[in-house]
Write a protein of this length. Structure first.
Length: 324
């Protein structure tokens, strides 16, 4: 499992590291949180084509809905036990002819982000290794002055580098460290509003973390639910019949619950990324809804289909003329 995390983390670190070093070089407070914010926005921009594709799919589904309704009307008075199966078969055949996938969208954005979340988890869990690029021997040596913490806390083993950062004052007094290592670690601003990004919200009962940390899972849940609700409301407004339970369950309930679990169980830095990502997705949905509305997409489809139809017709006439 460690190798699985490390693989994505190493890949993601090549992208994340330049943001951190650039912001750190400017001497801006909160360099780590700002790096996460910029990184989150960049990833959302990279995923923009997926959002547009999902919107185009919704428009195409809206255009096909009258044909789907005619299929249902066809079997309206049919009393056979296989009625629903026949409707489904004819609907799937229609989708296949039109090149439309009814399963597109829904939970797909979440599946796309899973490798990113996996890599980001490793980066936040091991900032000394992936961001500051401190060698493993030095990291292991720094554990010695606080070995009692690792013996008493089960979670310390999984998040040893975060514990090193949190207790670096004690470590620095207990051992001699190269000046560049000290400078690197002390320049790492790992807090926001008094919340240590390495702390885990579920540990709040231990009294060792800021109470404000509860805001992270709450905001993650709300931002995810808001984005999901906007998507479903827009779909119901433009095409009521297309708002199926599969997509509604995933976007309105599944995603927020996943967000809640994720941000309660993992370091606060993960929660910050998730909140920023959700908020950006919310505005992204509104913007794409305007620039790629059902009416605009359908109009473009009709123009393209007309062009293709005329081209095929002209090609057929030329073939016919040659044969004559």
């Amino acid at each position: 499992m460690t190798k699985f995390y490390d693989f994505f983390s190493m890949l993601l670190a090549y992208v994340f590291r330049p943001f951190y070093h650039f912001i750190s070089g400017l001497g801006i407070p909160g360099n780590y949180i700002l790096s996460i914010v910029i990184f989150s926005i960049l990833l959302r921009l990279v995923l923009m084509p997926s959002t547009i594709k999902q919107q185009n799919g919704m428009a195409k589904q809206a255009r096909l809905q009258p044909k789907v309704n005619r299929i249902r009307e066809k079997y309206k008075n049919y009393t056979g036990a296989d009625k629903n199966q026949l409707i489904q078969q004819d609907t799937q055949a229609l989708y296949q002819r039109e090149g439309f996938s009814a399963t597109a969208g829904g939970c797909l954005p979440l599946l796309i982000q899973l490798p990113i979340l996996t890599g980001l988890y490793g980066i936040i869990r091991k900032p000394l290794e992936y961001i500051l690029q401190i060698d493993s021997a030095t990291i292991q040596a720094m554990k010695e002055p606080i070995k009692q913490i690792f013996e008493e806390s089960k979670g310390a083993v999984s998040y040893e580098q975060l514990y090193i950062i949190k207790n670096f004052g004690t470590i620095k007094q207990a051992m001699e460290l190269p000046a560049d290592i000290v400078s690197k670690i002390e320049s790492l601003d790992f807090e926001i509003l008094g919340i240590n990004l390495g702390d885990i919200p579920k540990d709040i009962s231990a009294g060792t973390v800021s109470k404000l940390i509860v805001l992270i899972p709450i905001l993650a849940f709300i931002s995810s639910a808001l984005t999901g609700l906007v998507s479903i409301i827009r779909q119901k407004k433009t095409n009521p019949d297309a708002a199926n339970m599969q997509m509604a369950g995933c976007t309105v309930l599944g995603m927020p619950l996943f967000s809640l679990f994720l941000t309660i169980s993992f370091p606060a830095g993960m929660g910050v990324y998730w909140i920023i990502s959700n908020l950006f997705a919310f505005f992204q949905t509104l913007i794409v809804g305007k620039t790629h509305s059902n009416g605009k997409v359908i109009a473009r489809m009709m123009v393209e289909e007309t062009f293709v139809s005329r081209h095929e017709e002209e090609s057929w006439k030329k073939v016919k003329q040659r044969n004559n």
